[in-house]
Design a protein around this ligand. Structure first.
Ligand SMILES: CCCCC/C=C/C(=O)SCCNC(=O)CCNC(=O)[C@H](O)C(C)(C)COP(=O)(O)OP(=O)(O)OC[C@H]1O[C@@H](n2cnc3c(N)ncnc32)[C@H](O)[C@@H]1OP(=O)(O)O
Length: 261
C-alpha cells in the first residue's frame, strides 16, 4: 500500500519499521498521519511474520513535534473532540497490537508526539531527544492520553509539573524519570532499536502477545483480578506449540526453534 506521510518497511524478516515522514514540520501529526498510521498498523496486525515494530521519525531533529498546530488552529470544540477521538482510535490500535512496539525517539517528542511514543511498549531515545507536553503554552491541555499515560509512567507529581509548565526535558532526565528505557547516541539509535527488536523477535509470537496482554490489561485492574488474569495468560502459554519447543530446547540444551503457534 502507498503512504504519503509515513514510510513503512520490513527489515530482517520479522521487524517492521514505521517512520513518521513530514520532516518539513518536524513530523507534526495531522489527520492524514493518523489515517495512515491506522492503515499501517492494521496491515501489521494482519501480517503474522512480524514480531516487533519500531516507530520513529524522519530526519535527525524530531520523532514528532506534536499535533500540527496549523490544523489545530482551525478547530471548533466539536471538531477538536473528533480529532482527539480519531487519534484515540489509532493510538488504541497501536497499544493493543499483539506484538511489542518500540518508539525510537530521534529528537523532539512533544505533545501528541510524546503521547504517541507513550503508546509504544518501549522507548529508546537519542541523546538529542527532548520530551514534553507543552500544550499549555498554546492554551490547551494534552488530548491524546498525556494526562493519563504520562502520570502512569512518571507519577502524578512529575506529570503535573510537565503539563502545568510545558517544560521540555532532555533524554537523560526522561531516562531518570522512567519515561524512556535507554539513551544512545543518535547515530546508534536505529541500530540499537533493530538489535532490541531482533532479540524480541527470537521469542514466540503468541507468548509475547500473552505477556503484553498480562502486563497491559492487568495494569488497568486491581491487584487480585490482575493476578487472576495473569494466571489465565500463563495457562494460555500451555496451549501453544511453542511452549513445548521452549521447554524441550532447554532440556536438550539447545536454542529453541519457535514456529509461532
Ligand atoms: C494525539 C492527539 C493530539 C491531541 C492534542 C495534541 C496537541 C499538540 O500536540 S499541540 C503541539 C505541541 N507541540 C508544540 O507545541 C511544539 C511546537 N514546536 C516547537 O515548539 C518548535 O518547533 C521546536 C521547539 C520543536 C523546534 O524549534 P526549532 O528548532 O526552532 O524549529 P522550528 O520551530 O523552526 O520548526 C521547524 C518547522 O516545523 C514547524 N513545526 C514545528 N512543530 C510544529 C507543529 N507541532 N505543528 C506544525 N508545524 C510545526 C515549524 O513551524 C517550522 O516550520 P516553518 O516555519 O515552515 O519552517
Amino acid at each position: 500500500m502507498g503512504y504519503s506521510v509515513i514510510d513503512y518497511q520490513i527489515v530482517q524478516d520479522h521487524i517492521a519499521v514505521v517512520t513518521l515522514s513530514r520532516p518539513e514540520s518536524l513530523n507534526a501529526l495531522n489527520r492524514q498521519m493518523f489515517i495512515e498510521l491506522g492503515l499501517v498498523f492494521s496491515e501489521i496486525e494482519r501480517d503474522n511474520r512480524i514480531k516487533a515494530v519500531i516507530l520513529t521519525g524522519s530526519g535527525s531533529k524530531a520523532f514528532s513535534a506534536g499535533a500540527d498546530v496549523s490544523e489545530l488552529q482551525r478547530l471548533s470544540a466539536v471538531e477538536a473532540r473528533n480529532f482527539a477521538l480519531a487519534a484515540y482510535r489509532t493510538q488504541d490500535q497501536i497499544c493493543s497490537l499483539p506484538v511489542p512496539t518500540i518508539a525510537a525517539l530521534n529528537g523532539y517528542a512533544l505533545g501528541g508526539g510524546c503521547e504517541l511514543a507513550m503508546c509504544c511498549d518501549l522507548r529508546l531515545a537519542s541523546e538529542n531527544a527532548r520530551l514534553g507536553q507543552p500544550e499549555i503554552n498554546l492554551g490547551i491541555i494534552p488530548g491524546g492520553g498525556g494526562t493519563q499515560r504520562l502520570a502512569r509512567l512518571v507519577g502524578v507529581s512529575r506529570a503535573k509539573e510537565l503539563i502545568f509548565t510545558g517544560k521540555i526535558i532532555p533524554a537523560r532526565v526522561a531516562y531518570e524519570w522512567g519515561l524512556v528505557n535507554r539513551v544512545v547516541p543518535l547515530e546508534e539509535l536505529m541500530e540499537t532499536a533493530i538489535k532490541l527488536a531482533g532479540e524480541i523477535a527470537t521469542k514466540s509470537r503468541p507468548v509475547l502477545a500473552l505477556a503484553k496482554s498480562a502486563i497491559d490489561r492487568g495494569s488497568d485492574m486491581d491487584l487480585t483480578p490482575a493476578l487472576h488474569y495473569e494466571i489465565e495468560c500463563f495457562a494460555g502459554c500451555f496451549a501453544t506449540e511453542d511452549h513445548h519447543e521452549g521447554i524441550r530446547a532447554f532440556l536438550e540444551k539447545r536454542v529453541p526453534r519457535y514456529t509461532d503457534r
